[in-house]
Design a protein around this ligand. Structure first.
Ligand code: 5GP
Ligand code: MN
Length: 334
């Protein structure tokens, strides 16, 4: 399959790289780095995103080469190359662009990947899709420049919680070492990604912590914010990024949840677990997906009802020996 992917990429001249909705560091970093490598091989490569890049990742795209779907012509593409995109629903407004593209390649690390493309390479042993993106660049014969190395390192660092999560393997760390040697700018990653909070987003954190609730004998903890909270803090949805990590830090918590009540859009839910509950199975019960330790979904209907349904399912999963999927262990990868 990998050989077929390489042959397809080599044979394609005009390549479109769509990001997933609410793009994260892995999606942005992997796609920008690969696009750059493809251009170095003389190809036309465009990165397209339904949603704007989060402000803390914009430094990875200094030339503003990531485009909105409306700015992209729908025809004339030989290949759509999807990195870190678990299913077609994750493409959002970029999905219609794929309709006229004759070939699609899906390279991902989500176990829940629906294999929606013509060629699918899903390796859930990778902590980040960036590990596969690096392998792709290597096998295509692309030399890494410092910009590509920084983008890929940022992807690894964000998906692994700065190399702390259990999904971080020897291969992940070897990839990080190579990227560092190729000029990955860790100062820039530190200041742009991890020390780039806005005042409104810290205010949203304060609001979220006010809502902190602990349940299930201390094994379940959640926070919630609403559209109105965001408006009151002068923040947008980006300010909710990372909030779910706070309830997870509580000693004894196995499942942490964040509820973002989006008014007409329903409730967006982020789920995290520590060692036992497979939250991707939990999210899948509500039409979402993800990884064993990090997953998400959106539930329509009144906010309190949506929240209570997910909390009930989480309590049920906690009560079950082995966790939601009956899976004893796993390692989480956003
Ligand atoms: P987050 O909680 O950071 O939004 O998402 C955590 C992980 O869950 C993401 O990396 C992604 O893999 C997955 N995820 C979040 N929301 C959804 C969703 O609605 N559908 C699917 N399939 N996966 C999701
Ligand atoms: Mn990822």
């Amino acid at each position: 399959m990998w050989a077929a992917v390489l042959a397809t990429v080599r044979a394609s001249r005009r390549i479109l790289l769509p990001l997933h909705v609410r793009p994260d560091g892995d999606s942005v970093g992997s796609s920008l780095a690969v696009a750059r490598g493809l251009r170095a091989l003389g190809k036309t490569a465009s990165v397209v995103s339904a949603d704007p890049l989060p402000s803390n990742l914009r430094f990875l795209d200094p030339g503003s080469e990531c485009l909105q779907p409306a700015a992209i012509a729908g025809d004339g593409w030989d290949l759509a190359l999807l990195l870190d995109c678990a299913d077609e629903g994750r493409l959002g407004a970029a999905a219609p662009l794929l309709q006229g593209v004759p070939r699609t390649v899906n390279i991902d690390h989500h176990a829940s990947n629906s294999r929606y493309a013509g060629l699918n390479v899903v390796d859930e042993r990778c902590a980040a899709c960036a590990e596969l993106a690096l392998r792709l660049l290597d096998d295509l014969g692309c030399a890494l420049d410092p910009g590509m190395a920084t983008a890929l390192f940022a992807a690894l660092a964000t998906d692994t919680g700065s190399f702390r999560y259990a999904a971080t393997s020897p291969a992940t760390l070897a990839a990080a070492a190579r990227l560092r040697a190729a000029g990955a700018d860790l100062d820039r990653i530190q200041s742009e990604i991890w020390e780039h909070r806005s005042l409104p987003s810290l205010r949203v954190l304060a609001i979220a912590l006010q809502s902190l609730t602990v349940d299930a004998g201390g094994e379940l903890a959640w926070v919630a914010v609403s559209d109105a909270d965001l408006a009151a803090a002068g923040a947008d949805a980006e300010a909710t990024e990372g909030l779910v990590d706070y309830p997870r830090t509580l000693h004894g918590v196995e499942v942490a949840a964040l509820f973002v009540h989006e008014g007409s859009g329903g409730t967006r839910i982020s789920l995290r677990s520590r060692t036992r509950v497979d939250v991707s199975v939990l999210a899948a019960r509500f039409g979402g997906g993800g990884h064993p330790r990090a997953a998400g979904c959106t539930v329509t209907g009144p906010p309190a009802e949506a929240r209570d349904r997910v909390l009930a399912a989480a309590r049920e999963a906690l009560a079950r020996p082995g966790g939601a999927g009956g899976q004893a262990a796993g390692d989480g990868r956003p």
